[in-house]
Design a protein around this ligand. Sequence first.
Ligand code: FAD
Length: 385
Amino acid sequence: MTEADDITEIRRAVQALCGEFPGEYWREKDRDRAYPGEFVDALTRAGFLAALIPEEFGGSGLKLDAAAVIMEEIQAAGCNGASAHAQMYIMNTLLRYGSAEQKAQYLPGIASGKLRLQAFGVSEPTSGTDTLSLRTVAVRDGDHYIVNGQKIWTSRAEHSDLMLLLARTTPRDQVKSKTEGLSIFLVDMREAKGKGLTIKPIRTMMNHSTTEVFFDDMRIPASSLIGEEGKGFRYILSGMNAERILIAAECIGDAKWFIRKATDYARERSVFARPIGQNQGVQFPIARCYAQMRAAELMVHRAAQVYDAGGNPGEEANMAKLLASEASWAAADMCVQTFGGFGFAEEYDVERKFREARLYTVAPISTNLILSYLAEHVLGLPRSY
Ligand SMILES: Cc1cc2nc3c(=O)[nH]c(=O)nc-3n(C[C@H](O)[C@H](O)[C@H](O)COP(=O)(O)OP(=O)(O)OC[C@H]3O[C@@H](n4cnc5c(N)ncnc54)[C@H](O)[C@@H]3O)c2cc1C
């Protein structure tokens, strides 16, 4: 099956941009745990992060399948799209559920990159995966809401102007269904920093610019509310399919990077006076990872197509994320094994990509929770939690 010309064109354009950011650039950022601002700026200038914003708001109005190709190519080039991917998809909630005024106010700036909306505050230290038990509250006070609570793992908060925040607006014991009573806010962090909003970086095993965020009587205008009060959980659920598909595409890109690296190395590295790749014990794991990646890739495209056709891709998006994150992690492990000792040396970038690839069976949703979703919602088994 041949790819459409416009998709091939996108691949080439992303490859050309990523060529300007070689391994050395990423190694330095990784060593310093520094934000790759130059790379994110270049992606923004090229319009890639505005791929999903409709043309009327200054974006390129691409389909999700095309946007997925952008993320895949970034990873396949050895770059780290985690620094920027959220600018592409967080705005989805604003686009789908924001008022006409909110869209006109924010989307053009997000499309041009003048406004960065790449912080998503959902996870909390005490509730974990059980989002409905979150404790951050927003209480209406005249023309404002007053927010108190804490988020954890709010990635890129220090490099974002706006944050999409999920908070409880009606106590859990006062709602009919536990999925009600949560609301979504678009918080202008430029206004709130130092006035009830505190951000603390968390140092992690890879360079991810993630943070803890504290709200202490943070006052935000009532106009920050997106959609209807109390419906926030439903709004973010619908955006999660797009997020899962894009992250799955990143995993496919990572798997391709590891497979290419391993193949090249196995061809060139000579031990016992022959290339290591001549041994079946070395070539079979690479071939197996290739097959695993290709199967996952089909599911990613299938999920994106269902999404683009306006269907509900819950099943496909979850399976794409599960299969692609497992394929990239298997390829990462295989690549280290193929490189032997050199897999641990910084200069080959394998150890860096290995650390970066580890995240995706845990976040943005862990493998167990995807399996629970499939067991319950697709196979009809009893809910396990
Ligand atoms: C680097 C990084 C960046 C992140 N960025 C963001 C972000 O920008 N915004 C945001 O909101 N969140 C973010 N997250 C949070 C991420 O979404 C969560 O870490 C992830 O969803 C897992 O939740 P948890 O860490 O609370 O694990 P827990 O819920 O504490 O779970 C721990 C383990 O137990 C398993 N488990 C829990 N309950 C069950 C069950 N019922 N059945 C079977 N297994 C179960 C889980 O699968 C997991 O393996 C990020 C996390 C990391 C590490």
